[in-house]
Write a protein that binds this ligand. Structure first.
Ligand code: GDD
Ligand code: MN
Length: 413
């Protein structure tokens, strides 16, 4: 157990929540709790005092001494973590985590849940737009046997106090897209975008969670073993202090998250598991490779075609290939292997991955040039078809070796 009033250490590595240790293994000071509520914050110094005061008052009434509040702050420039830390002496149930090397709403929530001692894990925003009084209804929904209790804006009695038409349209549009791509997940609740809910720890303990951006509930429903869900209506309040951190990036992250769940959870995920080959990741690697082909071909044309610079084929090919490798590394690190890259943070790690990727792909390039010349000179005298065959062979080589070497992936999915 942490010395009193000291910050919680920010856990690193994969986003995996442990099963609760049995009470006998816990000893006296590190007791199990009924409920752990995570409050993710970024630049909420104006709100955090009120949030902690209201939540503590409410939970002291509902489950006195049997809960903890965990503020997870991503090293806010306005020092929200410091304000929260200064409140710890007054609020014994309060814990504070300051993350300095990671950033993002949903990963912050999971890091908080990783440090939590509760059988029930909850999340609420740190700006009072999620009305705290709903917590007791969510808790009793869990008592009634729900695996997940969701505060919803889209059931009878729910709503949004003051969102612009654009934001309402975007939110509903995003939900619709999610229903098309992941009906089995988003179709289970009326407000899959809700950032205000509770889940029974056992439903997600032991799993490696891989959320992207804001939508943690989709990750819980998409990967967890969740049978019974109860929804409670609430009205999303107007923000009175500070600003929303939502930017266009949250929308691209959401799309990325949907595709990732689609490729790992659906039928593709099950087949991958069965055959022990990461189909979803290979599809993403292939799509990135395609963008590399575009870079490769465009540069090959600009450098070697008689109507352009007309440089020698091999020299042009090597330059075109290297740029394609750089393009592919960036997209693979950001998308195909994003979940693994997340666990290997920092420029040094990234440079190491790039150098390894480059080495593997350079070997792939040698294979590529060999195949290109073999096919062009002995099989098909068309440089572009020969080039496509060469790229296909080297892509399989690149995928498998990078999977095992550059990103050191051990899991199938
Ligand atoms: N630790 C951490 N790191 N916290 C963050 C980060 C981050 O990178 N970005 C935002 N937060 C915190 C904010 O400080 C706030 O407490 C909470 O996450 C929500 O952020 P807002 O920026 O206020 O989001 P919103 O109000 O526009 O949207 C919220 O409500 C929607 C409806 O439930 C979010 O919860 C959405 O996910 C949700 O759909
Ligand atoms: Mn908000």
């Amino acid at each position: 157990m942490n010395p009193p009033n000291s910050l919680l250490p920010a856990s690193t590595g994969s986003l995996q929540i442990s099963h609760l240790p049995s009470p006998s293994n816990l000893g006296t000071t590190n007791s199990l709790l009924r409920f752990s509520l995570v409050v993710p914050t970024y630049n909420e110094s104006e709100n955090i005092l009120n949030v902690i005061k209201i939540l503590s008052q409410l939970l002291d009434e509902v489950i006195p001494g049997d809960y903890e509040l965990i503020v997870v702050d991503d090293d806010s420039p306005d020092h929200t973590w410091e304000v929260a830390e200064s409140l710890m002496p007054k609020y014994p149930q309060l814990q504070v985590m300051r993350r300095t090397s990671e950033r993002g709403l949903s990963s912050a929530v999971i890091r908080g849940w990783q440090a939590a001692r509760g059988q029930v894990l909850g999340v609420i925003d740190g700006d009072l737009q999620h009305p705290p009084h709903i917590l007791s209804q969510l808790l009793s929904a869990i008592e009634q046997g729900a695996d997940v209790a969701v505060a919803s804006r889209h059931v009878e009695g729910g709503g949004v106090s003051s969102w612009s038409v654009i934001r309402r349209f975007l939110s509903r549009g995003a939900q619709l897209l999610g229903l098309i791509l992941l009906p089995g997940v988003l179709g289970r609740v009326s407000d899959p975008m809700s950032g205000y809910f509770m889940v029974r720890r056992n439903c997600i303990a032991g799993l490696i969670l891989k959320p992207v951006g804001y939508k943690i509930l989709i990750e819980v429903l998409g990967r967890g073993t969740v049978r019974h869900i109860i929804e409670v209506p609430y009205v999303f309040q107007e923000r009175t202090r500070g600003e929303s951190k939502v930017t266009w990036k949250q929308y691209t992250d959401y799309l990325h998250h949907l595709v990732r769940l689609r490729l790992t959870q659906g039928r593709i995920g099950r087949i991958s598991e069965r055959i022990g080959f990461p189909i979803g990741r290979f599809i993403r690697f292939g799509l990135v490779g395609l963008s590399g082909v575009f870079v490769d071909m465009t540069l090959l044309y600009l450098l070697s075609d008689p109507s352009t610079l007309g440089w020698p084929l091999t020299r042009s090919k090597i330059i075109a290939g290297e740029f394609a490798v750089m393009n592919n590394f960036l997209w693979n690190d950001k998308w195909t292997f994003a979940d693994v890259a997340f666990e290997q943070q920092g420029w040094r790690q990234r440079c190491k991955r790039f150098l390894k990727f480059n080495m593997v792909c350079l070997l792939g390039l040698v294979i590529n040039v060999l195949i290109l010349n073999l096919v062009f000179n002995f099989l098909i005298p068309n440089r572009y078809i020969a080039n496509l065959i060469a790229i296909a062979v080297s892509t399989i080589w690149n995928f498998w070796v990078n999977l095992k070497l550059s990103w050191r992936v051990t899991q199938v999915k």
